[in-house]
Design a binder for this molecule. Structure first.
Ligand code: FAD
Length: 385
């Protein structure tokens, strides 16, 4: 399966690397919700997290299509890229909108892994998906901003040196368009924690190192503003396309993991004197999962190719994330059913991957919001909000 896939050398190298991180490794971390430090270090050192950083800044500059190959193979191998994927794309905000000084200061260190830039602070408890109503406010005072507010579901904050943070710098009531008046700040977590920033981990149904953040008069140097003040919402939207396409590729990898496992098990498990996969009630759901995943994979490839060509791809990024997350969830459910009772046993890794892949119908954007984008922006129907 997937013999025609792009970037075969990258895929082969990632598979080799992942073989060093088998199910036992992930199960042990999952039980205690521990960050996969060793896995992330190995991926970093192998250069797989810097594929989107141009060569002039020390990355390999291979583009998003190569990055999707990396994450798909990570997930197909039973590993999870969620602990590291944001190191690939969060830097895009600096790359696209930073000053030459910011790029020179941060990008080479992000490329080498010396700096971890993998926290991305947008979501807030009161505003949810309605980003323009976020309340975290940065007030300019001389050469710094004073930040107050709260964020939720900010992943990897405890494992990041820097965070890209979206704040209001002008109140919503005082701007012409709700999306105006927001700005992007680069927060140095090493300076901030304990001096105005408190991080509280949230235990969830999967091992994802996600947290809640509290800002209480946190001081951020004004030179850490990325791009123009008040234009931050647009910069964040730019970065979201890469994030959605990469997460879609993780779903494709998850789906392949489930299909690989289910088809192998269905050939080998005998009940009533024949392999269960001979029964069409078992065989057809596996085949259907393959068909659905193959179609979703084409959309991911298309979105990544458009992104790499510099063609606007917001709709394709959204559609690929939706199709891939639904295909991986169908495959997850099918895989549990195919395994009968063993689907629930921890040592098979299926129940862990089942929990992990469920996330992607909600984050980084939920399915309803994607349907709303297509309904209104593509098909021109009226907006519900
Ligand atoms: C494990 C995890 C990690 C995350 N990591 C990060 C991170 O690193 N950084 C970050 O900023 N955020 C992060 N998030 C937040 C994530 O992006 C949001 O949870 C997601 O966008 C949904 O927002 P919400 O939870 O506020 O849901 P809400 O906005 O409260 O929506 C709840 C439900 O209602 C639906 N809904 C809302 N409005 C409408 C409407 N008008 N029409 C139809 N349906 C609607 C939504 O689709 C959703 O299903 C993470 C979340 C999780 C669970």
């Amino acid at each position: 399966m997937n013999a025609e896939a792009s970037h075969p050398e990258i895929r082969e190298a990632v598979r080799k690397l992942c073989a060093g991180f088998p199910g036992e490794y992930w199960r042990a971390l999952d039980r205690d919700r521990i960050y996969p430090t060793e896995f992330v270090r190995t991926l970093t050192e192998a250069g797989f997290l810097s594929v989107l950083i141009p060569e002039e800044y020390g990355g390999s500059g291979l583009g998003l299509s190569a990055a999707t190959a990396v994450l798909e193979e990570v997930h197909r191998s039973g590993c999870n890229g969620g602990a590291a994927h944001a190191q690939m794309y969060t830097m895009g905000t600096i790359l696209r909108h930073g000053t030459p000084e910011q790029k020179a200061k941060y990008l080479p260190a992000v490329a080498s892994g010396a700096l971890r830039l993998q926290a991305f602070g947008v979501t807030e408890p009161t505003s949810g998906t309605d980003t323009t109503r976020l309340r975290t406010f940065a007030r300019r005072e001389g050469d710094k901003y004073i930040v107050n507010g709260q964020k939720i579901w900010i992943s990897r904050a405890e494992h990041s040196d820097l965070m890209v943070l979206l704040v209001r710098t002008t109140a919503r009531e005082d701007v012409a368009k709700p999306s105006d008046g927001m700005s992007v700040l680069l927060v140095d977590m090493r300076e901030a924690v304990g001096k105005g920033l408190t991080i509280r981990p949230i235990r969830t149904m999967l091992n994802h190192a996600t947290t809640e953040l509290f800002f209480d008069n946190l001081e951020v140097p004004a030179e850490n503003l990325v791009g123009a003040e008040g234009k931050g919402f647009r910069y964040i939207l730019d970065g979201m396309n890469a994030e959605r396409i990469l997460i879609a590729s993780e779903c494709i990898g998850d789906g392949r993991f489930f299909i690989d496992r289910a088809s192998a098990y269905a050939k080998e498990r005998e009940v009533f004197g024949r392999p269960i996969g001979q029964n069409q009630g078992i065989q057809f759901p596996i085949a259907r999962a393959y068909v659905q995943l193959s179609a979703a994979s084409l959309m991911v490839d298309k979105a990544a190719a458009m992104f790499d060509a510099g063609i606007p791809c917001g709709t394709e990024a959204n559609m690929s994330k939706m199709l891939a997350s639904e295909a991986s969830w169908y495959a997850a459910d099918m895989c549990v059913q195919t395994h009968g009772g063993f689907g629930f046993a921890e040592e098979y890794d299926i129940e862990r991957k089942f929990r992990e892949t469920r996330l992607y119908q909600v984050a980084p954007i939920s399915t309803n919001l994607i349907l709303s984008h297509v309904g209104t922006h593509v098909l021109g129907m009226p907006k519900s909000f």
